[in-house]
Ligand binder design. Structure first.
Ligand code: PMP
Length: 326
C-alpha cells in the first residue's frame, strides 16, 4: 500500500494495491487469502480493467482522444470504466440489462456516464447487440468488449497477479476465482503460473451456470441469484480457456447466501455474492489440501473478493434466502 502514503494527483492512482487478507475460517496449515477489491475507488475489481483498457486503447489510438466507449455491462465494469473515462476525457455509454442492481446504475450516472437499459429476457446478448448498434450510430465510438478483449486479462496479468505474487513471496499454491468474463482468473492465473508452474487453478460459478460443461461435466442449466459470475453460453466467452483451469466448481445460491452472512458476522467482511462463492470454493481447496487429498505446490490458496455487499442492499442480500432477489 506504499502508493497511498504520499499525496496522489488523481483517483486513478488509487486503483490496485488492494489488501490481501487471510480468511479466518481457513485451515491454519493451508491459509486462504482474499484480495479485497472493494478497496478500489469504484469499489470493485473492475476499476483495474477500466483504467488499464482505456489507457491502452488511448495509447494505441484505437480510441481517439475525446472519443466514446459503449459497453454492455452488468454494472461493475460500467462503474470501473466510468471512473477512468471521466478522468481521461472519454465519454461513456453503458447498456445494462434491467435485472441488474439499481445502485450500480445510479453510480454510473453519477460518474457522468449514460445508461441504457435492455429487457431482462434478452439477457447479456441483447445488451451486446444494442451496444454495437449504438456504437455504429456514433462518431469515434468503440466497444471495448470485455468478454473478448485480451486487454481485460492483461490488466490482471499486469497488476493483480504481480501484487499477489509479491505479497506472498511467490509462494502461491492455488488460485480460486469466479468467472464472469474470466479476465480476473485468466490474467492473474497466467502471471502466477509463470512464477509457479504447478499452480492449481479453480474457476468458480453458481450452480445453473455452464462453464463446467467446457470441462466435459454434465451439469444442468438453471437460474441463479449470484451476481457477476457464470454464463449460460460459454461459447460467447473468448477469454475463458478450459485447458488452463484445473477445475470448475459450482456453488449453489443457498450456500453462497449463507456464506455472505457468515463472512459479515464472523469475519467483518461486507462482501457480495460472488465473493462468498469464491470463498466457499477456496476453503474447499484449502481443506482438501490440508487433509492430504489435493497436492498443491505451496500451502497457500488465494482468492478474490470482487466487490462489497453495500452495492446490493436493495436486493435484500442480508435478508432471508427467499427475500434475496439476486
Ligand atoms: N464478481 C462480480 C461482482 C463482478 O461484477 C464480476 C465481473 N462480471 C466478477 C465477479 C467476475 O470477474 P471477471 O469478469 O473478471 O471474470
Amino acid at each position: 500500500m506504499t502508493t497511498h502514503r504520499r499525496p496522489l494527483d488523481s483517483v486513478l492512482e488509487t486503483i490496485g494495491e488492494t489488501p490481501l487478507v487471510r480468511v479466518a475460517a481457513s485451515p491454519d496449515d493451508v491459509p486462504v487469502y482474499a484480495k479485497l477489491e472493494s478497496f478500489n475507488p469504484g469499489a470493485s475489481v473492475k476499476d483495474r480493467i477500466g483504467k488499464y483498457m482505456l489507457e491502452q486503447m488511448l495509447d494505441s489510438g484505437e480510441l481517439p482522444d475525446g472519443g466514446t466507449i459503449v459497453e454492455p455491462t452488468a454494472g461493475n465494469t460500467g462503474i470501473g470504466f466510468a471512473v477512468a473515462a471521466g478522468q481521461l476525457g472519454v465519454d461513456a455509454v453503458f447498456v445494462v440489462p434491467e435485472r441488474f442492481s439499481v445502485e450500480k446504475q445510479q453510480l454510473m450516472r453519477a460518474l457522468g456516464a449514460d445508461v441504457i437499459n435492455t429487457p431482462t429476457e434478452d439477457g447479456m446478448g441483447g445488451a451486446i447487440d444494442r451496444a454495437h448498434e449504438l456504437a455504429d450510430e456514433l462518431d469515434d465510438a468503440v466497444v471495448p468488449q470485455q468478454f473478448s478483449n485480451p486487454l481485460n486479462p492483461e490488466a490482471h496479468y499486469e497488476t493483480t497477479g504481480p501484487e499477489i505474487g509479491e505479497a506472498l513471496d511467490g509462494e502461491v499454491g492455488a488460485l480460486v476465482a469466479g468467472c464472469g468474463t474470466a479476465g480476473t482468473l485468466m490474467g492473474t492465473g497466467r502471471y502466477l503460473r509463470e512464477q509457479v508452474p504447478e499452480l492449481h487453478v479453480t474457476a468458480v460459478e453458481p450452480k445453473g451456470s455452464l462453464y463446467a460443461t467446457t470441462k466435459g461435466r454434465d451439469v444442468e442449466q438453471g437460474e441463479y441469484k449470484t451476481e457477476g459470475i457464470g454464463t449460460h453460453d460459454p461459447s460467447t466467452n473468448e477469454l475463458f480457456d478450459p485447458e488452463f483451469v484445473d477445475d470448475v466448481v459450482q456453488i449453489p445460491d443457498e450456500d453462497t447466501h449463507a456464506e455472505m452472512q457468515r463472512l459479515a458476522a464472523e469475519e467483518g467482511q461486507l462482501v457480495a455474492s460472488s465473493s462468498a462463492a469464491n470463498c466457499l470454493a477456496a476453503l474447499d481447496v484449502a481443506e482438501r489440501a490440508a487433509a492430504g487429498d489435493l497436492a498443491l505446490p505451496h500451502d497457500c490458496v488465494v482468492t478474490v473478493f470482487p466487490d462489497s455487499s453495500e452495492r446490493y442492499l436493495s436486493k435484500g442480500v442480508y435478508g432471508s434466502y427467499e427475500e434475496w432477489e439476486g
